[in-house]
Design a protein around this ligand. Structure first.
Ligand SMILES: Cc1cc2nc3c(=O)[nH]c(=O)nc-3n(C[C@H](O)[C@H](O)[C@H](O)COP(=O)(O)OP(=O)(O)OC[C@H]3O[C@@H](n4cnc5c(N)ncnc54)[C@H](O)[C@@H]3O)c2cc1C
Length: 488
């Protein structure tokens, strides 16, 4: 069908159907707004199609294969054969199921779906260009708009994602055969998660990181068990280097990395870059995972008068409102933390505010999880952040090696740490390194949300034997009476 130059009207135009946009659209539909959701690529956005869901599917599958092949101590002697192409098909099936679910949910909530690329053409007008020969474009007049256009991977000079050996995370998650070797540039959470996936598939993995450790921004005690497990998996690290160039060799590529100015080797003192020589690594593939940048420059935001900061993020207030009253922005395009659940929460708030409900964004109990081996889960403040915010704190900790369930899982690296306000006992934050830390952290997010105290957490009976008992014991330890560890 050729779409001519027609103009339609809508109460609310949502641009981008990722977890920010589609959640906003569904919530607005529930609130009886007339909503149009426009998506240029695939329902579910990065999260469902190329991010959270496919990466977690691949982590699960490679954990099963690696676990089965490394369980001799349990009397299991197996050498699992992995068919990566079949694994990827299974992962794609999971993605298809979820993305078609999003489409159905939108329709069931009376959301009008439009395929095309939106740009602003005026204060209350957007142009939607439809892809494909002769598909044309149309105009939409809107009362309100929510921008939820997400983010894209940052490119580094000399590493073009169109070149076959250079991969972004989306391409890495779609590989149909296991590369013999892989250099991962960037030891953030995406780089570390995918480094583990490929190491567990038998790839020879080297991670290059400009800074002096993995997972910049996380405390050392959280990173230590993850780094140790990665090393046990055979992952090599080159800290304090930046990837600068690559060229083809007969058996793959040779990658060059230069010493990063002022960087230190892992945990060491900063060296002058000139003290160290560049390094060269032979590899089959290189995955660049150095962060993501907002998709905002393609929207013609000037036409509607919306400002961005100097990195391209759209500035918003606690109602997800931009500098223009009737335009809202949610998700990755509205700034850090770039996490799916943060985008969904903002999407709901924006829809509710537009519908006239009293709703506001609260980042206090915003959890984050890293699906490395072991996982990391965090929420609220660390002890040092709490001190900086003026709190006197008590901290309770429980090591996983003292957990019966952790022993039965043969996964004893890690701990649960709870930070609480000393005078009243309110839970201020928690940090967990453990299998299923991504699940365990939810209890402590709820504690913060409800204004619960460590006493409340400690006196809640937890099922035995579970990893969640470690949460209860950490709370008891904060009060000086944990049963299964010595109290400080
Ligand atoms: C490998 C990887 C793993 C990740 N793992 C996790 C995880 O475990 N947990 C977590 O919380 N987060 C994770 N993330 C981050 C998460 O994917 C993002 O935070 C989330 O997708 C952001 O949602 P969003 O709605 O803001 O944007 P997106 O999901 O990026 O969706 C934006 C949508 O807008 C569309 N769009 C853009 N411009 C236009 C336009 N002009 N017109 C129409 N449509 C447009 C895009 O096609 C896209 O579908 C991961 C990301 C990656 C890459």
């Amino acid at each position: 069908m050729v779409v001519g130059d027609v103009t339609t009207g809508t109460d609310l135009l949502v641009i981008g159907a990722g977890p920010g946009g589609y959640v906003a659209a569904i919530r607005a539909g529930q609130l009886d707004l007339d909503v149009t959701l426009v998506e240029k690529d695939a329902y579910g956005g990065t999260c469902l199609n190329h991010g959270c869901i496919p990466s977690k599917a691949m982590i699960t599958a490679t954990d099963i294969a690696h676990g089965a092949g490394n369980a001799e101590a349990m009397g299991i002697h197996a050498d699992p054969a992995v068919d990566l192409s079949q694994m990827v098909d299974w992962k794609d099936g999971v993605v298809d199921q979820l993305t078609s679910g999003v489409e159905k949910l939108c329709k069931a909530n009376q959301v009008t779906l439009l395929e095309g690329t939106a740009t602003f053409a005026g204060e209350h007008t957007a142009r939607i260009s439809h892809s494909g020969d002769g598909q044309g474009s149309e105009s939409i007049e809107f009362e309100h708009a929510i921008v939820a256009t997400g983010s894209r991977p940052i490119e580094i000079p000399g590493f073009d994602y169109d070149d076959e050996p250079v991969l972004d995370s989306k391409q890495a998650l779609a590989l149909e055969s296991v590369p013999d070797s892989l250099v991962v540039v960037g030891a953030g959470y995406i780089g570390m998660e995918l480094a583990s996936v490929f190491a567990k598939l038998g790839t020879d993995v080297t991670v290059i990181e400009m800074l002096d450790s993995i997972l910049p921004g996380y405390d050392d005690d959280l990173k230590r068990p993850v780094k140790q497990r990665a090393t046990e998996l055979g992952i090599d690290f080159e800290f304090g280097y930046t990837a600068s160039a690559w060229h083809e060799e007969e058996a793959g590529i040779r990658l060059r990395a230069e010493p990063a100015e002022g960087a230190a080797t892992d945990g060491g003192q900063a060296d002058a870059a000139t003290d160290r020589e560049p390094i060269e690594l032979d590899t089959k593939k290189v995955l660049v995972a150095v962060g993501r940048q907002p998709v905002s420059e393609t929207l013609d935001l000037d036409a509607v008068g919306v400002d961005t900061d100097d990195r391209g993020f759209i500035e918003t207030d606690s109602h997800a409102r931009t500098t223009v009253d009737h335009v809202f922005a949610v998700g990755d395009v509205a700034g850090e933390p770039m996490l799916a659940h943060k985008g969904s929460m903002e999407g709901q708030v924006a829809a509710e505010v537009i519908a006239g409900e009293p709703s506001a964004i609260d980042h206090q109990a915003m959890p984050a999880a890293i699906f490395t081996d072991p996982e990391i889960g965090t929420v609220g403040m660390t002890a040092s952040e709490a001190h900086e915010a003026g709190f006197e704190t008590i901290v309770g900790e429980f090591p996983l090696r003292a957990s019966g369930r952790a022993l039965t899982l043969d996964e004893t690296d890690g701990f649960v740490k709870i930070v609480a306000d000393e005078s009243e006992g309110y839970v201020l934050g928690a940090q967990i390194v453990a299998p299923e830390a991504s699940e365990l952290i939810a209890e402590l997010g709820l504690a913060i949300e409800l204004g619960a105290t460590v006493e409340d957490v400690a006196s809640t009976v937890h099922t035995h034997p579970t990893l969640s008992e470690a949460v209860m014991e950490a709370a008891e330890n904060a009060l000086g009476h944990a049963i299964h560890t010595l109290n400080r």
